[in-house]
Design a protein around this ligand. Structure first.
Ligand code: FEO
Length: 407
C-alpha cells in the first residue's frame, strides 16, 4: 500500500489515517474521522506520537515509511509517546514497537500504562516509563515537554509539547470528527470546523470542563499558552492558527452561552408537539434563538451540541402509563451521561407534557433533569389535547423562559 506522510513542520510529519466511512464514534454520528499520529525527527532520536485504530495498520505504516523516505532517515523509531490509551490511538502500539525497535524508549502517563495493560494484556515485557507535567525529553536539538491532562478526556490523557516549534500534540482535546483530504484548518471554512469541534466538545469533553479550566489556568500561569503555535490533535484538522479553537474551548469549558433555548420533544398524538410549537413561538416573541428537536427523527448528539451553548432548554414528552414516553429515554440517558453540571453554566429548564389520566411524566423528568445539572424553573402538565387557553399558556411559558435567560 502507498500513502504519503504530510510534513506539518520541519522534521515533523502527520502519519495518521483517514477513516472515510466511519459513521459512529462513542455512539454519536460522524461524517468519517481521522486518527492522527505524528513522527518527529530530532537530531538524535525519532519519535512516534500516538497510533491508530483497528483495521488501519497498512495505511498508517505506509505513511510512516514515507516519512522516513522523505526525511532520508533510517527506518527506526527510538521513542514512542502514547498520549492516551483508548483503542483508536493505541491499537497497533505493540506491533509498531515490534516492527520499528523493540528496544525503544516508551513514555506514557501512569494511568495510560495501567489502561494499556488492561486493554491489551501484552505490555508486561516492555518497560513503559511514566511521565507527567514537568518531565522533559531531549531528542537532539528538540525537546518534548509532557503535560498531564486528566479528563481531557480520559483520566490517562496527556499532551506533549514540542517546545522549540510550539507544536502541542493534544491527543483528543481540540479534535473534530471530520474526514477531509487536506490536513490543516486553513484548508476548509473555519465556521464548519468550529461547528464540528463544538459537537465533539459537547459529546466527548463536557464532563472534563472543570479540568479544562484548571489546565488553561496552569498553561497561563506557566506562560506555556503563549508558546503554542500549532495544535496537532488526534482527530481532524491541525490548527495552524490555534487562537479560535483555544477561545472556543475557553468559552465552552466555562459555560459561556448564547441567548438561545433548545426545545426537545417527542409526541404520540401531536398534543405535546402543539405545546412545543407554542413554547417556541413564545421564546421567539422575546427575540431569543430557538433550536427545535423532534426525538422521533433527530439524534441526541445534535441536541447535546446545541444545549452546550444554550442558556435554557424546554423538554416535552407525553405521559404514558404514568411515566415519560419511553422514546425520550435515549435523550435523557445522553443528558445524564454528558452532564452539564461541570461547565459552570446554570441552565434553566421548562418541562411540558400531555397526559391521559394521572400524569407522572413531569415529576420523573424533573428529577432526571435536576440530576443532569439543570434547574427546572417551570412545568406544564396538560390533560389530553391543549385547547386555545392552554396553547396561550404554553406561549406565555415560552416567553417567560426566554425572559429569564435575558435577566
Ligand atoms: Fe480518540 Fe479517547 O480517543
Amino acid at each position: 500500500m502507498k500513502a504519503n506522510a504530510v510534513k506539518i513542520a520541519e522534521g515533523v510529519y502527520w502519519v495518521g489515517v483517514i477513516h472515510w466511512n466511519s459513521r459512529t464514534f462513542h455512539g454519536y454520528g460522524i461524517p468519517g474521522t481521522t486518527y492522527n499520529a505524528y513522527l518527529v525527527f530530532g537530531e538524535e532520536k525519532t519519535v512516534l506520537i500516538d497510533n491508530v485504530y483497528r483495521g488501519m495498520f497498512e495505511q498508517f505504516d505506509a505513511r510512516v515509511r514515507d516519512a522516513f523516505v522523505q526525511e532520508g532517515r533510517d527506518f527506526k523509531i527510538d521513542v514512542f509517546v502514547q498520549n492516551h490509551s483508548e483503542m483508536d490511538h493505541s491499537t497497533f502500539l505493540r506491533e509498531t514497537i515490534e516492527k520499528y525497535n523493540l528496544d525503544a524508549e516508551i513514555y506514557a502517563s501512569a494511568n495510560c500504562i495501567k489502561f494499556l495493560d488492561a486493554q491489551y494484556h501484552n505490555f508486561a515485557d516492555l518497560e513503559i516509563k511514566a511521565v507527567a507535567t514537568g518531565d522533559e525529553l531531549d531528542i537532539g536539538g528538540r525537546t518534548l515537554k509532557f503535560i498531564s491532562a486528566p479528563m481531557l478526556h480520559w483520566p490517562d490523557s496527556m499532551f506533549t509539547l514540542l517546545a522549540e516549534d510550539g507544536i502541542l500534540f493534544s491527543n483528543d482535546a481540540f479534535g473534530q470528527h471530520v474526514a477531509y483530504s487536506k490536513r490543516f484548518d486553513e484548508d476548509y471554512p473555519l465556521d464548519n470546523l468550529l461547528k464540528e469541534a463544538q459537537k465533539y466538545y459537547a459529546n466527548l469533553v463536557t464532563l472534563g470542563s472543570p479540568m479544562l479550566r484548571m489546565k488553561f489556568q496552569e498553561l497561563n500561569d506557566t506562560g506555556l499558552i503563549k508558546d503554542i503555535k500549532m495544535i496537532a490533535p488526534c482527530h481532524g484538522q491541525i490548527w495552524t492558527n490555534p487562537e479560535p479553537i483555544i477561545e472556543k474551548y475557553a468559552e465552552w469549558g466555562s459555560g459561556v452561552c448564547k441567548d438561545k433555548i433548545t426545545v426537545i420533544y417527542d409526541t404520540m398524538h401531536h398534543s405535546t408537539e402543539k405545546l412545543a410549537y407554542q413554547i417556541a413561538e413564545g421564546i421567539m416573541s422575546e427575540d431569543v434563538e430557538v433550536r427545535m428537536y423532534f426525538m422521533q427523527e433527530d439524534n441526541p448528539d445534535d441536541v447535546i451540541t446545541d444545549i452546550l451553548d444554550s442558556k435554557a432548554i424546554a423538554l416535552g414528552a407525553p405521559t404514558m402509563m404514568n411515566k415519560p414516553f419511553p422514546r425520550i429515554g435515549n435523550m435523557m440517558y445522553w443528558l445524564d451521561c454528558v452532564n452539564f453540571k461541570g461547565t459552570g453554566s446554570e441552565k434553566n429548564a421548562l418541562i411540558f407534557s400531555s397526559k391521559g389520566w394521572g400524569g407522572g411524566a413531569v415529576v420523573k423528568l424533573q428529577r432526571d433533569l435536576e440530576d443532569a445539572g439543570f434547574t427546572v424553573t417551570d412545568t406544564l402538565d396538560v390533560l389530553f389535547v391543549p385547547d386555545e387557553g392552554v396553547l396561550d399558556e404554553a406561549f406565555e411559558k415560552g416567553a417567560k423562559l426566554a425572559r429569564s435567560i435575558k435577566e
